[in-house]
Design a protein around this ligand. Sequence first.
Ligand code: ADP
Length: 398
Amino acid sequence: MSMNEIDVISLENEMDLVLAHKRSLNLGQKLGLTLATCTTFATAISEIARTVIEHTNNGSLSIGLVPVDQRFALSGRFTFGSPERFVPADGYFYAQKLVPEFSRIEHDGITIIELRIGIPRSINLNRAKITALAAYFKDAPPINAYEEIKKRNRTLNRIAEEKEEELKRSKIIDQKKTEFISVASHEIKTPITVIKAYSQMIKVMKEGCSDQVKSIVDKIDGQTSKLLALVQQLLDVSKFENGHISYQMERVQIGDLIADMVAVMKHITPNHEFRVSVIKDIKVSIDKLRMEQVFSNLLGNAAKYSRKNTVISIKAGVDTQGFAQISVSDQGIGMNERDIRSVFEKFYRSDDVLNSHAGLGMGLYIASKIVTDHGGRIWVESTPGTGSTFHFTIPASS
Ligand code: ADP
């Protein structure tokens, strides 16, 4: 028969014996049973509870009412992982003699012991009364400090479980989003590559075409390059998310790399003045292509977020811990405290640039991943309206 559960007590240690005893005694009293019946029930419950606590560490006790032949029986049901075996000294054997009905079932390594005492018909019980009784026990103040702590602990555990579940769900959603970005970028990349190939074919066609057509094809070529770079960034983001990045390390002079990068940037942004100050002979072990990505992001941003004809400086030296430290400074729009804290987060863009500058907020996220994967650090110093300096370090190679 299914039980109308009034209270549940987990049986973890001796302190729970007190709870099991008091709660079962209290239930008998609330039902209006005689003192002798209440005491018998509570004693049998505590004896079995003691046995369960001694032999297992996963027991629980439900006390409640079970309908039997138009009447109700007061019931205590113990559930626990089956122990080796009980011994005669265990209160379990004594308890069996106290109550009129006693049963023990074992199934799949779980033992259920139930003991019952019939409730006289004169005590008129109905659904409403049972519900009220359950509500009373649910709201009853804790019997002692131990129960109070136990209750709080249970609430904390529940909250922790809910939070963990929430976290799991949001991780799954995030993973799906990353997968989608990866698949979508691959699909987009293929036709863009074809467009780029065709536009380059037109550019080198011998027969030639009018200046007007040439200039249009140049624009198509330029824009497809931009699109390809964006799609590549999207692919990189998902690669970093999935941990699918591998690095091909080689030893290079950081000064040579900076010189190459600045030469390219001068071509792309001819209206900025680049000033380079590099201490010679700093060797680093890096993935050159990935590190070029870091430089082109920092230099590109320095140009993008500052006016024409301003200065962009690049410095490289060795910090106090022997790391190569590279700094890229601009005289641009700068950023506020909140931006400084968040610019390396995925997809973060300052409110100040949302409507004025194109971008997706991926470059610095990728740059920071590349730098930290190399064992370095990246950070920014900035003053709104004055400019920004991005610094990063990479272990110097001996
Ligand atoms: P994007 O430039 O595509 O938005 P990034 O990840 O490279 O993405 O940069 C993130 C944000 O950081 C930018 O949107 C901008 O708000 C800010 N930022 C980056 N570099 C600079 C800079 N040199 N000066 C001012 N703000 C910058």
